[in-house]
Design a protein around this ligand. Structure first.
Ligand SMILES: NC(=O)c1ccc[n+]([C@@H]2O[C@H](COP(=O)([O-])OP(=O)(O)OC[C@H]3O[C@@H](n4cnc5c(N)ncnc54)[C@H](OP(=O)(O)O)[C@@H]3O)[C@@H](O)[C@H]2O)c1
Length: 271
């Protein structure tokens, strides 16, 4: 009986992604690459986007495409390639992004611009393009935000700003979307991907909690299947967000701990 229930549950999941035409940015590692792996058995056609596309394994139905999605030209080129190759797009997962783990020492416009272009402008522009291209056709658009789009943490000032911006954008946009559009914002917690190495190097401390990528992506795909507006791959995160809004001192205590870790990291780096 249990086997039957679990089989019928996964069969339902399979049905949703079967033969879908999907674009995933940030597909060369981490969450994006794991999404491709978990979708593979369901035979969708996938445009897998990143700059280092040599890292994407050769898989049937997966078409790697090299683009820098931090520019308008880069995003336009992704849409041009996807429409030429697939004819249309059913699901677009705007997942590419990166973080800085740093103390801002001097003003630098380009530094802030780079992270906002990649993490914020690109997914916003991508959704506007999907609305225009799909007209009345049903589509799903997912944006990978972060748990740090709901709470905040020392060391991640610009990163938090970008993810809070996405949260504000997506939450307001839900009220304006046409009926054929499904928008899902994803709020992962820390995961062992390339993210931390890129943000601060191998030795940077990880914030609590940390989740494994495989179950997180499984939950993301379940939530997309159910057409949820928000996906919390770490299922306790909504409770943590609620706790920190009702008892703000808990967030302050946690951030006190994170600040100590951050200060130690910065001291180690400069000595
Ligand atoms: N890991 C975590 O702890 C965590 C937690 C919360 C949210 N997130 C979010 O999850 C998303 C995926 O991150 P991840 O954890 O999978 O990290 P990752 O392993 O570092 O993957 C990031 C992906 O984004 C792509 N990317 C970055 N900048 C790009 C650009 N300008 N143009 C094209 N592609 C670009 C990278 O590809 P190339 O370098 O090949 O271009 C890579 O495929 C990000 O939005 C991140 O903010 C991660």
């Amino acid at each position: 009986m249990l086997l039957y229930l679990s089989l019928s549950f996964s069969y339902k999941t399979i049905m949703d992604f079967q033969n879908k035409k999907i674009v995933i940015t940030g597909a060369t590692s981490g969450i994006g690459l794991e999404i491709i792996r978990q979708l593979q058995p369901f035979h969708p056609e996938i445009i897998a986007v990143g700059r280092a596309i040599e890292k994407i394994p050769a898989l049937p139905g997966v078409y790697p495409f090299a683009a820098d999605i931090s520019t308008q030209e880069g995003v336009d080129s992704v849409f041009d390639f996807a429409l030429e190759k697939l004819g249309n797009i059913d699901v677009f997962i705007a997942n590419a992004g990166f973080g800085y783990y740093e103390k801002i020492e001097s003003p630098c416009w380009e530094h802030a611009e780079q992270i906002f272009s990649t993490n914020v402008f690109s997914p916003i522009y991508g959704l506007e393009k999907m609305v225009e291209i799909c007209k009345d056709r049903k589509f799903t658009y997912a944006i990978t935000a972060s748990g740090l789009g709901r709470v905040y943490m020392p060391g991640y000032v610009l990163y938090c700003s970008t993810k809070h911006a996405l949260h504000g954008f997506a939450s307001s946009k839900q009220y304006e979307l046409p009926a054929n559009a499904h928008l899902c914002t994803i709020y992962p917690v820390a995961m062992e991907t390339e993210f931390f190495n890129r943000a601060g190097g191998e030795k940077m401390p990880r914030p609590f909690p940390v989740q494994k990528v495989t179950p997180a992506v499984r939950n993301i795909l379940k939530d997309l299947r159910k057409e949820k507006q928000r996906s919390y791959p770490y299922r306790l995160l909504p409770f943590i967000i609620w706790l920190s809004s009702v008892f703000p001192f808990l967030l302050k205590i946690n951030n006190g701990i994170e600040k100590k870790k951050f200060n130690r990291f910065m001291a180690g780096e400069t000595h």
